[in-house]
Design a protein around this ligand. Sequence first.
Ligand SMILES: [Zn+2]
Length: 146
Amino acid sequence: MTPDEMTPDEERFLRRAIELATEARAAGDPPFGSLLVGADGTVLAEDRNTTVSGGDVTAHPELKLARWAARELTPDAAATTTMYTSCQPCGMCAGAIERSFLGRVVFALSNEQLAALKPPAAGPGVRLDGPHLYDEARAAVAGYYL
Ligand SMILES: [Zn+2]
């Protein structure tokens, strides 16, 4: 979606997400904000990044809103909502958004645009080491979903 395709209401919601990002920055947190809007245009919830002030590396606003939706809305109701967010959700948040069945995400900055504004991620990254112990691990899961 390009900005030209947004309605005035959508632009207003996205500007509010950016405003929340600015509030996060002013409070000493990374600059990200999001809101969740119902099908009728009601703002259901909004939040901002609190990873520094809350001492929680997972306290991204998108994740907090996805958890709120999973707790407070039925999957059908969640599917009618739109999340407006100041930046494209990271992998962690995208997974939570999928699992909470939100219908749509409208973002301002893309991940590529964000990457151009910050230094590359530090650290060696996580080494994924598996699969192992298939028979034992399978027994714990088999039959649960079927
Ligand atoms: Zn995130």
